[in-house]
Ligand binder design. Structure first.
Ligand code: ATP
Ligand code: MG
Length: 392
C-alpha cells in the first residue's frame, strides 16, 4: 500500500488573499525538488498530500524538511473509513512503540461519519486500553494518536516532523545575493530564501590574487543553499582590474570603502539584467570597518535598489549557529582568501566621508571598467539538485 505524507502549510495559511498562489508555488517547488522520485501530489486549502511508495519515504521526508513554506510533515498510515479497520490500524501502529500514557485526537473531516469526534476518541481509546498496557492522559500524553477521518480514507499518525516554515521560494521574485566565502553571506541567502525570495549569487573574484579553491568554496556554498531552493546560480565577476586600479589610485584607508561602492554598482547593474528586485548581502552592523553605520551610508549611496541585510542585527555567534544548522559552516571556515581580505589595509576608515569617497573615485575611469566587468560576468553553475556538491 502506498504511504501518504501530509504537509501542513507554514505561515501561508495566514495570508488568505494569496493562499492559492502560495499553495501552487509550494507544490511547484516540491515537484521540482523531488523530480527524481515517483510520487503523486494533491492539495487543498489547508493541506497537501504526497503519495509515495514505502521505499522512498525517508528520502522524501528528508527533502521536505528543507522546503520553505512547510510547517510540518506527517507520515500517515491509511486505512478504510470504517470503525473496525480504524481499530485494527490503531493497534498495528502502536504495538511496536514504547509509551505509558496516550491520548486519541479525532478530526472528522467527513461529517457523514456516524460517530462524533469526542465519542470516537473514547471508542478507539477504549480499544487501545483493552489491548495494550497503558493509561490515558489527556493533558500531557507521551503518545498522541491522531485520526483524520475523510471520505476516501482515514489516516492515522503519531509523529509530526517539524518543517522549516517560511514562504515558498520564489513567491517574492528574485534577489541577487552577494556571496563571498565567509560565514555571513550564505546565512543571509538562506534567510532571504526563507522569506520566499529566489536567490541568484554574485561572486567577485580577483585572480591571480584569489585562488581557484576560493571560487570552488563559493560554488560549494551555493550548492548547499541550492538544497533549499533548486534554482541557485552563481555568477562570477572578474574583479581584478578594478581592484588593482583602486589599490593604485586610492589612499589606503579608503580602499575598502571604494571597493565596496564598486561592488554595489556592479551588483545593481547586474541585478537589473537578471530581473532581481533587490540586493541581498551578509553585512552585519559594526562587524568590521566597512559595516559601521557611517560606512554603510557612504557605501549604500551608489544605489537606489533596496539592499536587504538579513543578518544586520545578529551577533556573530547567532550567525554561526544558523550556519551550523543549515550546513554551510564547515565550508565557510575553510581557509581560502577572498578579495576583501587580500587588499585589506592596516587602518581602514571607520567613519568615511562621502565627498572624499567621490573625490578618490575620480582618479580612475571606473565607469569603463565596470561596464567591461559586467560584460564578462560568467554564469558558471546551474545546480541540478546538487549534482555539483562534490566540487571541493
Ligand atoms: P565573514 O563571515 O568572514 O564576515 P563575509 O562574507 O561576511 O565573511 P565581509 O567582509 O564581512 O565578509 O563582507 C560583507 C558582505 O559583503 C558579505 O557578507 C557579502 O555579502 C559581501 N561580499 C564580500 N566579499 C564578497 C565577494 N568576494 N563576492 C561577493 N560578495 C562579497
Ligand atoms: Mg561579515
Amino acid at each position: 500500500m502506498k504511504h501518504l505524507i501530509l504537509i501542513k502549510y507554514g505561515e501561508l495559511t495566514t495570508k488568505k488573499a494569496n493562499r492559492k498562489v502560495f499553495i501552487n508555488m509550494l507544490a511547484k517547488n516540491i515537484e521540482s525538488l523531488l523530480k527524481e522520485i515517483p510520487f503523486k501530489i494533491s492539495k487543498d486549502r489547508v493541506r497537501m498530500y504526497i503519495e509515495v511508495e514505502e521505499q522512498y519515504l525517508e528520502q522524501v521526508t528528508t527533502k521536505l524538511t528543507k522546503i520553505f513554506g512547510i510547517h510540518s510533515i506527517v507520515i500517515c498510515y491509511p486505512t478504510e473509513t470504517n470503525i473496525d479497520s480504524i481499530k485494527t490500524k490503531a493497534l498495528e501502529l502502536l504495538k511496536g512503540k514504547v509509551f505509558k500514557t496516550f491520548k486519541v485526537a479525532t478530526k472528522r473531516a467527513d461529517k457523514s461519519f456516524p460517530i462524533p469526534s469526542m465519542e470516537f476518541n473514547n471508542v478507539i481509546g477504549g480499544h487501545i486500553l483493552k489491548n495494550i498496557d497503558c493509561k490515558v492522559d489527556v493533558h500531557n500524553p507521551e503518545l498522541l494518536l491522531t485520526i483524520e477521518i475523510r471520505k476516501e480514507a482515514t489516516y492515522l499518525y503519531t509523529k509530526e516532523i517539524k518543517g522549516i516554515g517560511g514562504y515558498p521560494v520564489g513567491i517574492q521574485g528574485k534577489g541577487l545575493l552577494m556571496l563571498s566565502g565567509g560565514i555571513d553571506s550564505p546565512v543571509a541567502g538562506y534567510m532571504a530564501l526563507k522569506r520566499g525570495v529566489d536567490i541568484e549569487c554574485l561572486y567577485f573574484e580577483s585572480p591571480p590574487h584569489t585562488s581557484l579553491e576560493a571560487k570552488n568554496k563559493v560554488i560549494k556554498l551555493a550548492s548547499i543553499m541550492n538544497e533549499y531552493s533548486g534554482n541557485v546560480k552563481v555568477h562570477v565577476v572578474p574583479f581584478t582590474k578594478i581592484q588593482e586600479e583602486i589599490y593604485r589610485n586610492v589612499p589606503d584607508s579608503y580602499i575598502i570603502t571604494i571597493m565596496r561602492r564598486m561592488m554595489y554598482r556592479i551588483a545593481e547593474r547586474y541585478a537589473k539584467m537578471r530581473k532581481c528586485k533587490i540586493i541581498v548581502n551578509g553585512e552585519s552592523i559594526g562587524q568590521v570597518a566597512s559595516q559601521t553605520l557611517t560606512s554603510m551610508v557612504v557605501i549604500n549611496n551608489v544605489t537606489n535598489m533596496p539592499v536587504i541585510r538579513p543578518v544586520a542585527c545578529l551577533d556573530k555567534l547567532e550567525i554561526i549557529e544558523i550556519a551550523k544548522k543549515i550546513g554551510t559552516y564547515e565550508t565557510s571556515i575553510l581557509p581560502f582568501e577572498d578579495c576583501c581580505t587580500i587588499f585589506l589595509p592596516k587602518h581602514p576608515v571607520i567613519n568615511p566621508e562621502l565627498e572624499k569617497a567621490i573625490l578618490y573615485e575620480k582618479s580612475f575611469d571606473y565607469e569603463t571598467l565596470i561596464e567591461d566587468c559586467v560584460k564578462h560576468i560568467d554564469v558558471i553553475t546551474q545546480f541540478e539538485n546538487n549534482k555539483n556538491q562534490d566540487l571541493l
